[in-house]
Design a protein around this ligand. Sequence first.
Ligand code: TRP
Length: 459
Amino acid sequence: MKEVSKKGNHRNSERFSTGIGVLMATLGSAVGLGNIWKFPYLTGSNGGAAFLIVYIICTILVGFPILVAEHMLGRKGRGDAVSTFENVAPKSAWWVIGASGILAAFLIMAFYTEVAGWVFAYVFKSFGSGLLSTDPEVTSSIFASLVSNPVQSLIWQWIVLAVVGAIIMLGVAKGIEGTTKRLLPILALLLIIIGIRSITLPGAGQGLSFLFKPDFSKITAPVILTAMGLAFFKLSIGMGCMLTYGSYYSEDQNIPKNAARVVAADLTVSILAGIAIFPAVFSFGFEPAAGTQLLFITIPSVFASMPLGGVFMVAFFLLTAFAAIGAMISLVEVVVAFLVNRTKLGRKKSTLITVVSMAVVGSLAALSNSTMANVTVFGKTFFDLYDYVSSNILLPVGGLMIAIFATWVWGWPRFKEALSNNGALANEGVLKAVYNILKFVSPVLVAIILLTGLNIVHI
Ligand code: TRP
């Protein structure tokens, strides 16, 4: 529902209903393929434990404060990614953050829907017996036959978009809360079961050392940028997504506390995914730096070595598909909320236009392991390019601007008022710390990491 206030601004009037609903809905956006697919693959390709440490530091010093700022501004502005800035900073250019966020939503969805398509396809493959193998060659060739088939790649991606589009058309609160609420705890439990199997495999210790014993010689400026990009991607920040969610928060929600829980739960799921995967990687002789395919080639080997593996594998890919859907809903919602507020299209048409455009942009990513494998820009396929530009450039730049806005422009008095719920919460000490980090630490870190990681400045 939209509501145009007397001042003529675009403000929404929908709210998340309950406290636990807020936490779960926000987690529904944060937890997704980022935890299950991207985190393990990047950790594997960037040297393991040292990458994990840099990633955690970025999450605490950059991710958490920006998440808090987005929820705060979203609740104040009560609009979509663009209108929120127009509401909290009228007659200024800050709305550009929201506009860049809409671009980011397209780029992220373009590759995200492809990976989600692989997950959907694996749900079906899990019903057969062929996938259950501990032989790297077998699992790799099954994956290769899927991604090198252009028709299958496109169709799975479109199925994903159709499913997400249909859910969005049902409406914000119901669509988002309903799908994600119940499933996350089950996913976490399943990851624990898989993790236990994985760490009891012969030779598993090597995988645990890889994940938890840092070798700091692996750390370079581009690796740090990748870790920071992952921190943004994981928490769905830097592009107006959490801003849009903040606009559904009620006035009495404790934003910093909720954000801390989101960060903790999200990190836990990622680390559980790492524990499920890396011991098996070393036990069966997979390559930790296998890249985007890591999840899909290694996880079947864990299932192949446990009782009822086939059943667990169906459940695993199904739950991963649900987690991915929750995250995609939040991405599509950024664009749809904007269109609903700004045009006369209405929710259904806005959703349709959005997902169809995403299918067009996304098809270039879907085909980048087959028909378009040799088409590269800056040496990257479209799949990699979309991922790189969104995670390593657009999100950090957006986050940097949000940090600057929330502190240097918005300022302490309003920050304190908004996040203490007008003084109802006795959390001034915490707020002061978050504020100072957001004002002095996060922007400087983001700027340095961006400039060095993109090779603009050398130190
Ligand atoms: N955080 C989600 C994941 O890890 C992906 C996601 C959803 C996202 N919304 C976003 C990433 C907004 C960046 C921005 O899977």
